[in-house]
Design a protein around this ligand. Structure first.
Ligand SMILES: Nc1ncnc2c1ncn2[C@@H]1O[C@H](COP(=O)(O)OP(=O)(O)O)[C@@H](O)[C@H]1O
Ligand SMILES: N[C@@H](CC(=O)OP(=O)(O)O)C(=O)O
Length: 460
């Protein structure tokens, strides 16, 4: 049996949904289908999840919801009409959305989670109905029916371990396909909470582990995971196989094609993931697996970049001699609910690299004020526009000249890294640069890795 997940881009229109249904019915092993909310139909379009976020804004601001509600329901209507469904299902979805709008929530975070989850809920309901209409034995099944229980932040929820036993106990009719909405689940009190954005991948992984399937197929709009984001390099080389830890590092650092948290459930069960293209289902795609062919271990597998960082630079003489110095700084970050990504340090200097999304409101100023009062630094400043590149590959640690080669190729285009971290992970090398230099730096390292490649290798 296989779990098969379709991303929003694969379900954006009626004709896309038709492609997805053809893929599902082409293989009787594809019995657990996870769906995202309809995604963008073209480059300027808005994802349904983002429309639902706007609907939540409208409700929070006490404004009229009719226009945005009509726009959201219109996305489902377009798909239903493509398949010639009567309007019963659309009437049901409309009523359902009204109930969500008028419900009471613990706070606005729960409200946003509940609203944004509806993209997946309504799509799974609609797709199950379309399948039934096409004579396919399919049923909508909610995360609650499967016993998926979550905890933690309303919009960054995590699965409870007991869920896997519940899913394993679920009585799956051997002749039936189940259609499960991705991205959300219910906590122990029955509140709707969502995984982080892109979290339908996580639902797919959880179900793959719970049902202990042979393969988790993740259908998207590209035929492979590429060595670099195709927005940065046109037609980059395809990666045939990635190890779990390679994918996790690359996904966390910018490869948005697969959610980095989605790796964890499949690691535990050793389940392989196959990233495939809905527009080209015959293409092999990329496999994410526990290990890969050792012959290819010395290569750079991929280069990811995250441009959403900011650095807090601190200089104080004799910092290294003071017991608990860093601890005092981190306590201040904790006070503002801010976590850090990287913390390179020297004897008198350190830089704390933070994801910008966390520095809402006046946090940036307040953190500076508190640090000045607590540790009296000689110099303290924010470095805006900090990008972190991650060069990843199993066995990179054995490539002794890699760092020298990378630094030379960056120097050739006048890029001086702001930070380098090699050694914390045996499979990755982290390089911090200014955001404006990030894309040229990634291209240069990509070229280097292409030239450096063993020509017999098929893995890159
Ligand atoms: N290294 C990479 N390889 C392939 N795709 C990538 C990579 N980095 C970023 N992407 C982007 O990820 C997109 C697929 O992810 P996403 O848009 O979330 O799809 P879905 O709607 O199927 O969940 C691709 O269209 C591509 O633009
Ligand atoms: N719809 C949600 C969850 C998701 O996984 O979507 P997609 O498969 O389109 O990346 C989001 O936009 O975050």
């Amino acid at each position: 049996m296989k779990v098969i997940k379709f991303g929003g881009t694969s379900l954006a229109t009626g004709s896309k949904v038709k492609q997805a249904l053809d893929i599902i019915t082409a293989d009787p092993q594809r019995r657990v289908v996870v769906v995202s909310a309809p995604g963008k139909r073209n480059a300027t379009d808005i994802k349904v999840t983002d429309l639902l976020q706007k609907l939540a804004d409208t409700v929070v601001d006490g404004l009229n919801t009719e226009k945005i509600t009509t726009e959201i329901i219109g996305r489902y209507l377009e798909i239903a009409e493509y398949f010639g469904l009567d309007h019963t299902i659309i009437g049901y979805l409309h009523k359902h959305l009204q109930l969500i709008i008028h419900r009471n929530y613990i706070n606005s975070e729960y409200l946003y989670a509940a609203f944004m989850a509806q993209g997946e809920f309504m799509n799974a309901q609609l797709i199950a109905k379309i399948m039934q209409h096409q004579g396919i034995n399919a049923q909508f099944v909610s995360p609650r029916d499967l016993g998926m229980v979550v905890e933690g932040k309303p919009q960054a929820t995590t699965i409870l371990e007991e869920s896997y036993d519940h899913i394993a106990d679920f009585q799956l009719d051997p002749k039936e396909i189940i259609v499960v909405p991705g991205f959300f689940a219910y906590d122990q009190k029955g509140n709707i909470t969502t995984f982080a954005r892109g979290g339908s991948d996580i639902t797919g992984s959880i179900l793959a582990r719970g049902f202990n399937v042979d393969l988790y197929e993740n259908f998207t709009d590209v035929s492979s995971v590429y060595a670099v984001d195709p927005h940065i390099v046109a037609h980059p080389r395809a990666i045939r196989t990635l190890t779990y830890r390679e994918m996790r590092e690359l996904a966390y650092s910018g490869f948005s094609v697969f959610n980095h948290e989605a790796i964890l459930p499949v690691i535990n069960a050793g389940i392989r993931v196959n990233i495939k293209n809905t527009n080209d289902p015959a293409a092999r795609g990329t496999f994410i697996a526990p290990t890969k062919d050792v012959n290819h271990h010395h290569h750079i597998t991929g280069i990811a970049v995250n441009k959403n960082y900011i650095g807090l630079y601190l200089h104080r003489y004799l910092m290294n001699t003071e017991v608990g110095f860093t601890f005092r700084l981190l306590k201040i970050l904790r006070k503002y609910s801010v976590s850090y990504e990287y913390l390179p340090s020297g004897i008198d200097d350190l830089t704390i690299v933070i994801n910008k999304d966390q520095l809402t409101g006046h946090k940036k100023d307040s953190i500076l004020t508190d640090i000045k009062a607590e540790v009296h630094p000689d110099q303290l400043e924010w470095f805006d526009d900090f990008a972190v590149m991650m060069v990843v590959g199993e066995g990179l640690y054995a490539q002794h000249d890699l760092l020298a080669k990378i630094m030379t190729c960056l120097a050739d285009i006048n890029i001086v890294p702001m930070m380098i971290n090699e050694g914390a992970s045996r499979i990755s090398l982290m390089i911090g640069v200014h955001v404006a230099q990030a894309d040229p730096a990634v291209r240069a390292i990509y070229e280097l890795s292409t030239n450096h490649q063993d020509t017999n290798s098929t893995d890159l």
